[in-house]
Design a protein around this ligand. Structure first.
Ligand SMILES: Nc1ncnc2c1ncn2[C@@H]1O[C@H](COP(=O)(O)OP(=O)(O)O)[C@@H](O)[C@H]1O
Ligand SMILES: [Mg+2]
Length: 1014
């Protein structure tokens, strides 16, 4: 895009100074045309900007554009209004000199737009704090308000400024806009009461009627129809396609708030606007030429809106009051006088309100920081452009006079002063011829002899002065002036196209015929005293400020409109002269407000009267760059070894050495008395060299950057490719997996086949992995994950293997003692499991090696055992065979026999060989019987014993005696031999508590407790 832009910029030349055929007007216009065709509306003549109104939105005013011009040298970027704005801003900051930007051109050439663009540029690009933001907003918002009240649609421009405006923007030392001030010049008040065909009154009237809320209009007594108002129908053009009154109304209302108008002020302002419309509708009738008001509706509204007494107002609108020799005379007005009194009031009210509005805006823009009074200023002048209509009146006379003055200033500052400077510097110089319009300025403003003086004289003269007597007087006084013609003075040809009531001025910009009708009235700008008095009594606060009572007592006649205007212009010239000027010369491409139409004749005319060709010739012939010796040396001394770092000799010698060193040819520069002058061409060459250098540096940096960028893009693309391919591959794989999975799931119950292979493998794999993580923790843990159908058998095998493995590991860890214990427990299990009730309670209790150790057994007993090793001993209760008396005994087991001991006495020894069997009940008692052969005399019969550890005791006996299979577990009762063939019985019954006693039947009755022994 950038290269396209530069190619476009090269259309024609960006600066007319570079034009080959610089004296040719045709070449000049051709360059303008070429660029205009490409929408390049801006071209320079040195530092002057020529702008052609494009009449279309070019989109060259964006924030990006503003950034492009910010802080950049004039020549480095294509011509733009922003470059002018930025250049002034930078000059203001670096040179600390106030600046002004003069925008000129005829009506509709784009002056107001240009000034808005400049303001916007500052608002966006200048540094801002919060407080500054408010000022920026107000500066910007002052525009729509002033345009609503001061602009109107004319034949030339749909948004023509009907007042002149000079605006100061004040900047603090940081370069931030901190305030502003506006001076307004001569509002075209006559528009309030009359408009030419195809023109409108000021925008605000239409905005109010179109956009005002129903409620508001009702309060103001207005109807939503401009045709109802006499002041709005004269031009027969209430609607304009390019204007949206309704949305403009909204914008103005908002802007008023931003500027700081409160609700009451807006209300009062609108009351005034409405009252002007009502005034226009005041109708007169009457007999004998004496005017009276025919309808009092308007008066009612007027009284309320203006805050005055209705009767007094009516009187003032139909009579005039004159003070003659200290006496007040009141005389009725005729119809014509009454109408013009009414119109005079309308104009006065509107005109003064407009001035009040400007003052109000100024208060809101005022720089309020008292601590820092020094600010720099950039002034913006957007004043009415040269105007020529079919009928030109007093206003056009003033407007065109103003343009003459501005042209004078331009000549003074650019053409004349430049040439005079060369002369003063003693530089050989071929003067450039240009038309100096001073002669016309003098014709208008010269004291006693000028048109304004003659007009004033006629206005003040007692007697029957009229517009025509004024014309006559003009003929008599300035009749011989080369720039003045009247019907009477003209040659035959001119006479045909001139009215008898006209005079013609040959302005620098062209010839204009002015109709003298109304000149005296407009210049007098008189308002009858009684109307003034009424307005002074107004309760409307704005009007109260506009109409000062002092005015009534002031005997001195106020200055006429033309004289006031002349004075204000003189002041303006002073202001502008005190500042460094920049110029924007606006050109209108056609008269029909059309985009892309380039009207040669019209443009040639403007090029001529704007003096652009002369401007170019002076630029080309002159030395564009002028600096005082010390400034020049200071700035460039570093470029030459002899002048660097300091030049001690004469300044002019230093400069001479320096320019020689820089390679300037003698014709490129001149050394004046105090200034160095560098030729435009040399300057341009230098500029070109700078531009070339800048261009080359830009180009080489750009190429380098482009290379880097291309490489970076290639690497990025390559790497992105790899990443993308990887991602695609993974996505493909994932999709495959998902597909195989889904298929596998569908075929999962089928035989293994390619469709379900993957799924089954996966299911297996995941089962095995799950199993691996969830194996049983120990031999008692019976948990096992549920296997998939295909793995049921394998799972069972694995479960067994796992269990075996755990058992094997468990066994490996068992100690000999524990093994012995387990062997005993195993035997106990074989004997008692599911057979004796107290067996389960014995399982968790470990069997001990003995219940009595050596200390608890009588030594004698131990002694008698001799070498026989004691294997187990336990305290028992023995029941006598007869009588079943319970006696405490000890039962000792050796390798060969069981011995029943009472203290030191061995009561009975039973060899294991002789042990026939052992009986025990199935209940939970601890009784047992050791059966011995009845024919053994050594024995006294079977022994009935009771042990608290019956399972342990009997297991020990069974092991020691190897009688595992000889233990009988009986239900109900046990039969035993008592000796000598006699028998005894033990009956067992279940019960809650052990009870051993002899029963009546002679049996031993045992009620077995729940858990007694184990
Ligand atoms: N730079 C521009 N870009 C687009 N349109 C413009 C530009 N300048 C002016 N115009 C158009 O021309 C009209 C008249 O411009 P304006 O500035 O009011 O003229 P002037 O103040 O010189 O009488 C504007 O309303 C707008 O439509
Ligand atoms: Mg304008």
């Amino acid at each position: 895009m950038e290269s396209a832009l530069t190619a476009r910029d090269r259309v024609g030349v960006q600066d007319f100074v570079l034009l080959e055929n610089y004296t040719s007007e045709a070449a000049f216009i051709e360059n303008l045309r070429k660029r205009f065709k490409e929408n390049l509306i801006y071209t320079y003549i040195g530092s002057v900007l020529v702008s052609v109104n494009p009449y279309k939105d070019l989109e060259i005013y964006t924030k990006n554009h503003m950034e492009r011009y910010r802080g950049v040298n004039f020549y480095e970027v294509s011509p733009h209004i922003y470059a002018v704005a930025d250049n002034s801003y930078r000059s203001m900051r670096t040179e600390r000199k106030d600046q002004c930007i003069l925008i000129s051109g005829e009506s509709g050439a784009g002056k107001t737009e240009a000034s808005k663009k400049i303001l916007q540029y500052y608002a966006v690009t200048c540094p801002a704090s919060e407080q500054v933001q408010t000022i920026k907003d107000r500066l910007l918002q002052s525009n729509p308000v002033l345009e609503a009240f001061g602009n109107a649609k004319t034949l030339r421009n749909d948004n023509s400024s009907r007042f002149g405006k000079y605006m100061d923007i004040q900047f603090d030392f940081k370069g931030a806009p901190v305030g502003g001030h506006i001076i307004n010049y001569l509002l075209e008040k006559s528009r309030v009461v009359h408009q030419n065909h195809g023109e409108r009154n000021f925008h605000i009237f239409y905005q109010l009627i179109e956009g005002g809320e129903e409620d508001l209009l009702r309060r103001l007594g207005l109807e939503r129809n401009p045709q109802q108002y006499q002041y709005l129908v004269k031009g027969n053009c209430p609607k304009v396609s390019s204007i949206n009154d309704r949305s403009d109304w909204k914008m103005v209302r908002k802007a008023l708030t931003v500027i700081g108008f409160n609700g009451d002020e807006v209300e009062e302002l609108l009351n005034i606007i409405a009252s002007v419309l009502h005034l226009g509708n005041v109708q007169y009738g009457g007999e004998d030429g004496i005017a009276c008001i025919t309808s009092d509706t308007q008066i009612k509204y007027l009284a309320r809106l203006l805050g005055v007494n209705g009767a007094v107002l009516t009187e003032a609108l139909t009579h005039k009051k004159i003070i003659a020799k200290g006496e007040e005379l009141i005389s009725p007005l005729n119809l014509e006088q009454a109408s013009s009194a009414r119109d005079a009031l309308s104009k006065a009210v509107y005109g003064r309100t407009f001035t009040w509005l400007v003052n109000k805006i100024n208060t809101s823009l005022a720089y309020t920081d008292d601590s820092y009074k020094h600010y720099s200023v950039i002034g913006l002048l957007d004043i009415y452009g040269f105007e020529v209509f079919q009928h030109n009146s007093f206003e056009q006379f003033c407007i065109n006079y103003c343009n003459e003055k501005l042209q004078q200033l331009f000549i003074e500052l650019t053409l004349k002063s430049e040439q005079e400077e060369y002369e003063a510097e003693g530089i050989t110089w071929e003067p450039v011829q240009y038309f100096n319009n001073k002669i016309i300025c003098d014709l208008v403003e010269e004291k006693f002899k000028g048109i304004i003086s003659i007009l004033d004289e006629e206005c003040l003269r007692p007697g029957d002065a009229s517009d025509l007597t004024f014309l006559e007087k003009l003929e008599n006084t300035v009749g011989g002036h080369p720039h003045f013609v009247t019907h009477k003075l003209a040659d035959g040809k001119t006479r045909k196209i001139m009215g008898r009531d006209e005079f013609r001025l040959l302005h620098y910009a062209g010839e204009v015929n002015y109709n003298v009708n109304g000149f005296l009235d407009k210049n007098n700008d008189l308002l009858f005293r009684n109307l003034k008095e009424v307005m002074c009594m107004s309760e409307n606060k704005i009007l109260n400020q506009c109409f000062d009572r002092d005015e009534l007592s002031d005997k001195k006649r106020p200055d006429t409109a033309a004289t006031q205007f002349k004075a204000s212009l003189a002041k303006l010239m002073e202001i502008l002269m005190s500042k460094e000027p920049s110029y924007v010369r606006c050109i209108k491409p056609n008269d029909s407000k059309q985009a892309s139409r380039f009207d040669d004749v019209l443009i040639r005319h403007q090029v001529k009267y704007l003096g652009l060709m002369e401007n170019l010739r002076v630029r080309r012939a002159g030395f564009a760059y002028r600096r005082r010796y010390e400034v020049f040396l200071q700035r460039y001394k570093s470029l030459c070894p002899e002048t660097w770092p300091n030049w001690k000799g004469k300044l002019s010698d230093g400069v001479a050495i320096l320019v020689k060193h820089l390679g300037y040819k003698p014709e490129d520069y001149k050394l004046g008395r105090s200034l160095t002058h560098t030729d435009t061409h040399a300057q341009m060459r230098k500029q070109n060299a700078i531009m070339l250098q800048a261009g080359w540096r830009g180009y080489s940096q750009r190429s380098k950057y482009q290379k880097l960028r291309t490489s970076a893009i290639a690497i990025q693309a390559w790497w992105r490719g790899i990443l993308a391919r990887r991602r695609a591959k993974r996505r493909r794989q994932a999709a495959d997996t998902i597909r195989r999975f889904i298929k596998g799931f569908i075929y999962r119950h089928k035989e293994r086949c390619p469709e379900n292979e993957y799924f089954l493998d996966y299911v297996r794999y995941s089962f095995l992995m799950k199993l691996r993580r969830n194996l049983p923790k120990n031999v008692l843990d019976k948990s096992w994950p549920k296997p998939p159908a295909a793995l049921t058998e394998a799972s069972e095998h694995l479960r067994k293997l796992c269990m075996q493995n755990m058992v094997w590991i468990y066994c490996k860890k068992i100690s000999p003692e524990w093994k012995h214990q387990m062997e005993q427990k195993l035997i106990a299990s074989e004997i008692f499991k599911d057979k004796k009730d107290n067996y389960p309670q014995s399982v968790p209790k470990l069997f001990v090696s003995t219940r009595l150790d050596g200390e608890n057994i009588n030594p004698k007993v131990l002694q008698s055992l001799g070498n026989e090793k004691l294997k187990y001993a336990v305290p028992v209760t023995k029941y006598d065979r007869k009588g079943y008396k319970a006696r405490p005994r000890q039962l000792l087991l050796t390798a060969n026999c069981a011995i029943i001991v009472e203290d030191a006495k061995i009561k009975q020894r039973i060899d294991y060989d002789a042990l026939k069997g052992i009986s025990v009940s199935s209940l939970s008692d601890g009784l047992f019987v050791l059966h011995v052969p009845s024919d053994d005399n050594k024995q006294k019969g079977d022994v009935v014993l009771q042990s608290d550890h019956v399972i342990e005791t009997l297991t020990k006996i069974a092991i020691c005696a190897d009688k595992v299979n000889s233990i009988n577990i009986n239900q109900g009762s046990i039969k035993f031999t008592v000796g000598q063939g006699k028998e005894g019985f033990i009956d067992f019954t279940p019960g809650s508590e052990l009870l051993v006693a002899k029963a009546k039947n002679g049996h031993l009755s045992v009620v077995s407790g729940q858990i007694l022994s184990f």
